[in-house]
Design a protein around this ligand. Structure first.
Ligand code: NAD
Length: 472
C-alpha cells in the first residue's frame, strides 16, 4: 500500500500551502484534489474575479476620462477577455503544480475518503481505480461551496453561483444578483462597468453587512452611480422563464412583520445567487473518524488546526470563518509546522478586503470593538480628498482610519475605504501584528506622492499633529 507522512485532502490555498510547508519540513506529502489544483480561489474565485474586475475598471476609467481629455469609444471583446482571464488562471495553477513538485509533494487528482484512523481511499479520476493510502497525519482542506437557496438550483440554467458568473460567455443585458455581500457586490460592480443592467436583492438594509456603514456607504453610492439598483430588505423567492427567454424573479419583503408583503418582480437574463458559503465536510469520510463538527458542519479545531482526532487537522474554509484564502494559507503553514513537531505561533491578525469601487480594507479592531474590549481608543483619520496622489489619480473618495490605544499609542486596527484599500491594508496589518504605535508609523517616511502616505497622515492625525488636514 502507498504510504505518506502527511495526506492533504484539498488543493486550494489552504491545502497546497500545507503540503508545500510540510514538504519543506522534510515530510513525505501526498496532496489529493478531485479537481484542478488551486481550489476555488485560483480557479473560480479570487483570481478570475480580480482579472475581470481589473479589466472592467480599465474600461470604466477610459469611458469616463472626459475630465482628463480622454475621449474614446471602448469596445470590449468579451471572448478575448475571458480567454485571457482563463490564461491567467492556467498560468497560476501550473505554477502551483511546479511549486508542489519542487517541494517534494506528490499531487494526485482524485477523491480521497478516510476509511479509518490511518488509511484513506483515493478514487483516481484518471484510471477509475481506487487506491488505498496509509498516512501518519491527514489534513482536511476541502473548502466550501455556495449555499443554494430553496427553488434556486445551480443546475438550472439561468441560476448562477460565482463560478457560473465568472464563466459566462457574454455580458448579460440584465443581471439579477441575490445577496449583496462580498461576491454580490464585487461581481455586480464588475458587470455594471461592462454594461450590464444590475439589480441586487439583499436581505438586509445595506450591502456588505460585515462592514460598518461608513465603509459601505461610499461603495453603495458609487454602485448607484454606475446604475446598480438595490432592493434592500427583500429576499428572492421564485423565478420562472418568460416567453422571450428572459427570467422573471419574484422578491418579497424579508420581514413580513413590516406589514408590507412587498412582493415584486424583476426581469433578468441571468440570476447570480451569492448568499454565503457552507463547508464541504461531508465528502472525505469524516464520520469514519468521529471528527467533531459544529451545527453548520464546520470542523472544530484548536488554534493550530488540530481536530478532535489528534493526528487529523483541518484548515481553510472547512474549519470555519473567516472563509478567506489568506487565512487558509496561514492556517495551513501553522498546521504543517505543528505536524512536524515545531512550535508555531497561531495565525495572527487577518485582514479582509473587498474589491468593490471604491475598495474596502479592514484589519484588527474597529473603534467600537476596541471600546467593547475595554480600550480607550484614539482615532487618526485621513481623507483621500487631501491626498495629492489620490487627486492625481482622479479620485477623492474615502479615507484611512487608524484605531489606537490612547494610553500606549499601539495601533489596534484600521479601516480603509478608497483607492487601493486592498493594498494599503497590508501596512496596517503589519502595524497591528507587530504592535507598532502611531508614532512608529508617523515617523516612518513614506514616499511622495503615494497613496500609502495616507496611512502615515492618519497616524499624524491620531497623534494630533496633522499636516495635510485640519484638526479632526
Ligand atoms: P457573504 O456572506 O459575503 O454575503 C451574503 C449576503 O447575502 C449577505 O449580505 C446576506 O445578508 C445576503 N443574504 C442571505 N440570504 C439572502 C436571501 N435569501 N436573499 C437575499 N440576500 C440574502 O457571502 P458571499 O458573497 O456568498 O461570499 C461567500 C464567501 O466568499 C464570503 O464569506 C467570503 O469569505 C468569500 N469571499 C471573499 C472575497 C474577498 O475576500 N474579497 C470575495 C468573494 C468571496
Amino acid at each position: 500500500m502507498e504510504e505518506t507522512d502527511v495526506l492533504v485532502i484539498g488543493g486550494g490555498p489552504a491545502g497546497y500551502v500545507t503540503a508545500i510547508r510540510a514538504g519543506q519540513l522534510g515530510r513525505s506529502v501526498t496532496l489529493v484534489d478531485r479537481s484542478d489544483i488551486g481550489g476555488t480561489c485560483l480557479n473560480h474565485g479570487c483570481i478570475p474575479s480580480k482579472a475581470l474586475i481589473d479589466a472592467a475598471d480599465d474600461v470604466h476609467t477610459i469611458r469616463n476620462g472626459g475630465d482628463r481629455g480622454i475621449d474614446a469609444d471602448v469596445d470590449v471583446d468579451f471572448d478575448q477577455l475571458t480567454s485571457w482571464k482563463d490564461g491567467v488562471v492556467r498560468r497560476l495553477t501550473k505554477g502551483v503544480e511546479k511549486l508542489c513538485r519542487a517541494n517534494g509533494v506528490t499531487f494526485r487528482e482524485g477523491t480521497a475518503r478516510l476509511v479509518d484512523e490511518h488509511r484513506a481511499e483515493i478514487d483516481d479520476h484518471g484510471t477509475g481505480a481506487t487506491d488505498a493510502i496509509a498516512f501518519d497525519h491527514a489534513v482536511l482542506a476541502t473548502g466550501s461551496r455556495p449555499i443554494e437557496l430553496p427553488g434556486f438550483s445551480f443546475d438550472d440554467d439561468p441560476v448562477l453561483n460565482a463560478k457560473g458568473a465568472l464563466d459566462l460567455e457574454t455580458v448579460p443585458d440584465e443581471l439579477a444578483v441575490v445577496g449583496g455581500g462580498y461576491i454580490g457586490m464585487e461581481l455586480s460592480t464588475m458587470f455594471a462597468k461592462l454594461g450590464a443592467d444590475v439589480t441586487v436583492v439583499e436581505l438586509l438594509e445595506s450591502p456588505l453587512p460585515r462592514y460598518s456603514d461608513d465603509l459601505t456607504q461610499p461603495v453603495q453610492r458609487q454602485a448607484e452611480k454606475l446604475g446598480l439598483s438595490f432592493r434592500f430588505g427583500q429576499v428572492a423567492t421564485d423565478w420562472e422563464r418568460t416567453g422571450d427567454g428572459k427570467v422573471r424573479l419574484t422578491t418579497e419583503a424579508a420581514d413580513p412583520d413590516t406589514g408590507e408583503d412587498g412582493a415584486e418582480s424583476l426581469t433578468a437574463d441571468e440570476v447570480l445567487v451569492a448568499v454565503g458559503r457552507e463547508p464541504v465536510s461531508d465528502t472525505a469520510g469524516l464520520d469514519a473518524l468521529d471528527v467533531e463538527r459544529d451545527e453548520d458542519g464546520f470542523v472544530e479545531t484548536d488554534e493550530f488546526g488540530r481536530t478532535s482526532v489528534d493526528h487529523l487537522f483541518a484548515v481553510g474554509d472547512v474549519a470555519g470563518e473567516p472563509m478567506l484564502a489568506h487565512e487558509g494559507s496561514a492556517a495551513g503553514a501553522v498546521a504543517a509546522e505543528a505536524i512536524a513537531g515545531e512550535a508555531p505561533d497561531p495565525v495572527g491578525t487577518i485582514p479582509s478586503v473587498v474589491f468593490t469601487d471604491p475598495e474596502i480594507g479592514s484589519v484588527g479592531l474597529t473603534e467600537s470593538q476596541a471600546r467593547e474590549r475595554g480600550y480607550e481608543p484614539t482615532i487618526g483619520e485621513f481623507p483621500f480628498r487631501a491626498s495629492g496622489r489620490a487627486l492625481a489619480a482622479n479620485t477623492r473618495t474615502g479615507s484611512v482610519k487608524l484605531v489606537a490605544d490612547a494610553e500606549s499609542g499601539a495601533i489596534l486596527g484600521g479601516q480603509i475605504v478608497g483607492p487601493e484599500a486592498s493594498e494599503l491594508t497590508g501596512e496596517i496589518a503589519l502595524a497591528v501584528e507587530q504592535g507598532l504605535t502611531l508614532s512608529d508609523v508617523a515617523s516612518t517616511v513614506h514616499a511622495h506622492p503615494t497613496l500609502a502616505e495616507a496611512v502615515m497622515e492618519a497616524a499624524h492625525s491620531g497623534l494630533d499633529q496633522p499636516i495635510h488636514t485640519f484638526n479632526r
